[in-house]
Every structure is written in structure tokens, then in C-alpha cells.
Design a protein around this ligand. Sequence first.
Ligand code: ADP
Ligand code: MG
Length: 597
Amino acid sequence: MEKNEENNGKMSFSGIPRLLEIAGVKKILIIASSVYSVISEIFALVIFLVIYLVTVDLLSPPIEWSQIWTYIWIAVIALAGRLILKYISGILSHIAAFNILYELRVSISEHLGSLNMGYFTYHNTGYLKKILNEDVERIELFVAHHIPDLASGIAIPVITIIILFFFDWRLSLATLVPVPLAFFAWSFAFSKNKTEMNRYHRAMENMNSTIIEYVRGMPVIKIFNQTVQSFTRFKSTVYSFRDFCNNWTDRSIGPWAVFFALLGAPLLFILPVGIWLYLGGQLQLPVFILFLIVGLAYMKPIYKLIFVSGLLAQITEGVGRIDAILEQKGLPEPQNPGIPKDYSIEFQDVDFAYDEHQVLHNVDFKIDEGKTFALVGPSGSGKTTIANLTARLWDINKGKILIGGVDIKNIPLNYLMDKIALVFQDVFIFSDTVMENIKMGREDVTEEEIIAVSKAANIHDFITEELPDGYQTLIGESGVHLSGGEKQRISLARAMLKNAPIVILDEATAFADPENEVKIQEAFSKLLKNRTVLIIAHRLFTITDSDEIMVLDEGQIVERGTHEELIENRKLYWEMWGSHNSARKWTFKSTGGDVGV
Ligand SMILES: Nc1ncnc2c1ncn2[C@@H]1O[C@H](COP(=O)(O)OP(=O)(O)O)[C@@H](O)[C@H]1O
Ligand SMILES: [Mg+2]
């Protein structure tokens, strides 16, 4: 991990214990599910015992049919018990898994909110997306399906062997012979495996990012006519991944083959020892038969175990990545916390620099509660920086930022985050249902409220009419793909659900097409009613009726006033307005058919 990550040493566990720790109070569900899974497998063992008892009866006439019927009933009950317990075990583990999924997402998102934005310059959003989606989902799958398997995979072979020892210790030893041999072969196959595994993951990530880059860059590649060169690079990455896999398989195939052959071959040892004992009159035939059946069956959970332990390694890595985020220290909490008396925003002589690079100089303004201020200016002038500073995503170097008269450094972070809704240009959509994407893990909202905000955000009709499963439709990377404008309206619905008194919009309509733009504008006016609003827009006609417009240039406020005042001023705003309007006219002309395509 990067050196900027400070570890406060809070999380000491890894692997399964850490998963249980994450599960918190839901831990009991995981444990119960594992216990049920083990008991359900014990019922399966009962069936083997019944076969043994029936054989004993059949081989010692006169045959007592009533006895045999009793056994059959026991077998039927055991079978039913096994199915029912498996089912219960599955339900419990799924409930636990979903809870973990949402708790992790909520705590990661909350924690990300409290981090200094410096963190995000070292970790790109792709990396964070991957953790929030893939790693968390993998944990969910693992908890839902594999922890119960893991429990029975360990418990059942042990219980089986103990039972077998009661019948005949010599044959039990014979049954056990392949186990140490197999694991010897396994450790041989795996001796170099950890580094190989890492190399494999790196090679795969490398290939994935090349593919994504290739696909994403397609328009640019085509425009600059780079198809052949790009494709060559793409092809060579895929080939080198293939060669790596082939090579690795060639090298490890021998030990693996021995391993699986041994695991599959306990009969090789049971048969000769059994026959020898039986011929010597030291072994009953039913016991011999029992060993033959169980000898075949008891290895099965071990196969599962090996599969699951591979997954566990992946999960442990994912949990490690999640912990690295959670362990990242947030901004310091205030010493003397204060609560704002209203929701005005005030910048007092604020200077700010990213590392060495000074971005804001003496920025000074006040937005009274309930007013709408717009911030405009050339790209790179520091508009997004001002938006981020207001939400205390960074701490400033000089001056003060006040909300309701209280320095934001003295406002508890959770309180601050609760009162500000930020809507950015780049909307993050989780691979989940529309409903969950709007809810964002909040438990305290009803379906009616979600529908209400969706209607207000002008996205309800789209959801119910265009999406196959309405609010339950999967969206995001593994589901239905949404347009930029649709994503934006989802993020507006989110912001409305938050119902925060301060709203900051940073070029939030940038992706909208003309049809969407009208809808988004309508949604905005509902979101912004009676709130303190800072709106950053590059389409100037959307902000003409703001209470005040501030023009930022190279980190300084160079002009401020209403739209009319600024037009009269004939300075930077007036210039921007002019070029903005001619650009709009140009757009109308070209779509109006003057320019043939
Ligand atoms: N995370 C960052 N680290 C370093 N420099 C940054 C960062 N974000 C923005 N900048 C720089 O700060 C300046 C202002 O950026 P920004 O506030 O995004 O401008 P705007 O939103 O007006 O386009 C730019 O020069 C940009 O390169
Ligand atoms: Mg910006």
C-alpha cells in the first residue's frame, strides 16, 4: 500500500474472524447458519449408518422386516431433516450477507465522506468503485454461500473419521492414508503459488485495464486513426496473459493430478486392508461395506474446502482493501463543537493551495440563508474547489469558512455532511437496483418517499415505463445502462431524499441532452426551493435569475452582481455571455439542418 496510508492499528484480525467482526450483531446468524449446515450434514451421515444397520439385518437371518421398516423411516426423516436444515442455514446466511453488504457500503461511503480529499488524488475513483462494488459483493456471496460450506467441510470429515474409529480403528487408519499424502502433493503444488497467484492477479488486472482503456478510448482511437497500433498493444497484453496461464498450468499440472488422484482414491487403501482383515476373520462384512461407502463420500467436503479456501484468499485481500479505506484517518473532529444558527454560507478571505499550487486567493463572499448564488468562470479557475471546501472535503490554509456563523472546522463532520447535498457532474451509480441507488443504504425511508422524490426529480415515469422491473431493475455496470441525463436525475432524487438545507450543484446538468435538460431544470427548481444554494454552471442561461452571480478568474472573485448588473458592467461575464450565446445559436443552426450530416 502507499506510504500515505496511516494505520491506526484498530483492525487486527483478518480472514474469517475479521468477517465475523464486520458482521457485528449479525455474527450470530452466521454462526447459527454454520451450525445448521453441520447438523444437516450429520443427518447425511445418519443415512450411511442406516445402510450399515440394514446390511447387518439382511446378513443375519431371520430378517426382521419391522426393524428394517423402522430404519427406512429413520432414513426418510434424516433426509427430510437434512433438506430443511440446509434451507434454514441458507436463509440465515443470506440475511447475514445482505446486512453485511449494506453496512459495509454505508460505512465505506460515510468514511469516504470524512476523508481529506487528498486521499482521492492518490486513489482513483476506479479503484474505489471496484472496492465498493466487487469486493463488497464478493464478501456477500462468500458469506451467503461458502461460510456454511466451510463449516461443514471442516466438521464432517472429522466427525466421520471419529465415528469410523468406533467401528474399526485399523480400517480407519487405512482410510486416512491418502489425506497426508494428498496434502503433501498439495503443498508442493502450492509452494510457489502465493507469488504466482499475485502475478496472476496483476496480469489479469493489467489485461482488464487495457481492455477498458481500449474500449473507452475507441472514439479517440478512431478519430486519430490509431486503430492498428492500439489493437496491437491490446492483443499483445491478452496474449501475454494467455502465455502466463499456459505456462503456469504446465508447471503445476503434475502435483495437482497426484493430489486429486490421491483424494479420489481412498478405496485403494481400504480395499486391500479390508479384504485382508475380512479373510482373517477380523472384520464383519457390514462394517467393511460401511467403510467402502463412507470412504468414497468423506472426501467430498474436502474438495469443497479447497475451492472455498481459494476464495477465502481472494476475500481476505478484498477485506484488506476495505480495511485500508476504513483505517484511513479522517479529518480531525472539532475540539469545541458548535451548531450553526442558520444555513448561511460565508467565505472570509480564504486562501487555498493543493500542495504547492495556490488555487484560491482572498475569496470572500456570503450567501444568506435561502438565497441562490451562482459561481461562473473559466475552466480551472477554482469553482469546484470552492464547492469542495464548503463541504470541508479539504481544509483551508488561510481565512475562514463559516456556516450559520460557525467555523466549519468546529461543526461535527456528520452534522455538516447531513446538512449539505452535493450534486456533481460525475454521478456514481452502484451495481444494484434503482431503489437502492436512490436509498443509498438508508433504512429510515419508505417506498412512498422514494417514489415522491423520483417524481420530483422527473425520473419516476422513466423508471416505471422504460425499465423492465421498475424500481427493482438492476442498473450500473452489471445491469441496465443509463444515459448521463438519467443518472443525473437519479442523483437529484438522492439529493432530494437527503432533504438538506444547503445544496451545492457543480455543473450538474453538464451531460444532459436538450430534452433531459428541461426535465432536470424542472427538478432543480423543486430541489432548490427555500434552500441555500451554490450553483456552478457553464450554461449561463440556467443561472440568470440567481440572487447573485460571482465571477471567478484564476482563483479570485473578479465580479459580482445580478445578471443584469453584470451585463451592464461589460467585463468578463458580459464576454462569457456573448460567446455563450453565439455558441448556442450555432448549436441551433447546425441541428436545424443548415449543416448537412
Ligand atoms: N485534487 C487536486 N490536486 C491538485 N490540483 C488540483 C486538484 N483539483 C484541482 N486542482 C487544480 O486547481 C485548479 C482549480 O481547479 P477546479 O477547482 O477544479 O477548477 P474549475 O472547477 O473552475 O474548473 C486547477 O488548476 C486544477 O488543476
Ligand atoms: Mg469544476
